[in-house]
Design a binder for this molecule. Structure first.
Ligand SMILES: Nc1nc2c(ncn2[C@@H]2O[C@H](COP(=O)(O)OP(=O)(O)OP(=O)(O)O)[C@@H](O)[C@H]2O)c(=O)[nH]1
Ligand SMILES: [Mg+2]
Length: 211
């Protein structure tokens, strides 16, 4: 669900009860389909309209990974054409990143290198994947190889927000990887944050009795 400032999100209770909370961000040029992919995954619907994301839309989602309830915050913002690059707070404490390009527009693939560079400046270690969107427009593209990210070992997905191909799989994989990262961060500052969080779990132990 998208959350407007000032509203009380109904998932807040779930978030409070969740075993873990993760933040997943989405990067890529304008109109590659970032918002449509999130809509498809969260609402399982797709409205073909050309409305660019203005500033920031935050989608909240409750997922289950193993036997744990995970509160997922998906951050969606507009691509670079109008904003050049993201505000650092977009990257702050993100646990995974989904990088999207449009298989119909070569430039959006070429620009992945810039997005990836910026991502790694702020979040050197978080899991990331490369997503080729809009394969419904021409299925033949799935026979082509897109090598960006191979060297870095980034998983690659051919998807379509329009017909739903691979969308759920890709998001589920990324939620799982975000949780794994949060539980075992390889970045020093994240390790410290995780340690601090485990020291101050509000309410979790409120029923404990000490003799
Ligand atoms: N054929 C096809 N069109 C798509 C698909 N995904 C998105 N689109 C279209 O691409 C356009 C842009 O989609 P958005 O989701 O708004 O793109 P965005 O990346 O969020 O763009 P910004 O918010 O400007 O950064 C819309 O007209 C969509 O209908 C897809 O899988 N297939
Ligand atoms: Mg958008």
């Amino acid at each position: 669900m998208a959350v407007d400032a000032g509203s009380i999100p109904e998932l807040d209770q779930k978030k409070y009860d969740a075993d873990e909370q993760v933040k997943i961000i989405c990067l890529g040029d304008s109109a590659v389909g970032k918002s449509k992919l999130m809509e498809r995954f969260l609402m399982d619907e797709y409205r073909p309209q050309q409305l660019s994301t203005y500033a920031l839309t935050l989608y909240k989602h409750a997922a289950t990974v193993g036997d744990k309830t995970i509160a997922v915050d998906f951050w969606d913002t507009a691509g670079q054409e109008r904003f050049q690059n993201m505000h650092p707070s977009y990257y702050h404490k993100a646990h995974a990143c989904i990088m999207v390009f449009d298989v119909q527009r070569k430039l959006t693939y070429k620009n992945l290198v810039n997005w990836y560079k910026e991502l790694r400046e702020y979040r050197p270690e978080i899991p990331c994947c490369v997503v080729a969107n809009k394969i419904d427009a021409d299925m033949k593209v799935t026979q082509r190889s897109f090598n960006f990210g191979k060297k870095q070992g980034l998983p690659f997905y051919f998807v379509s927000a329009a017909d739903g191909t691979n969308v759920v799989k890709m998001f589920r994989d990324m939620i799982k990887r975000a949780v794994e990262y949060k539980q075992n961060p390889s970045d020093f500052m994240d390790e410290v944050m995780q340690e601090l969080e485990s020291l101050s779990l509000p309410g979790k132990y409120s029923n404990c009795r000490f003799r």
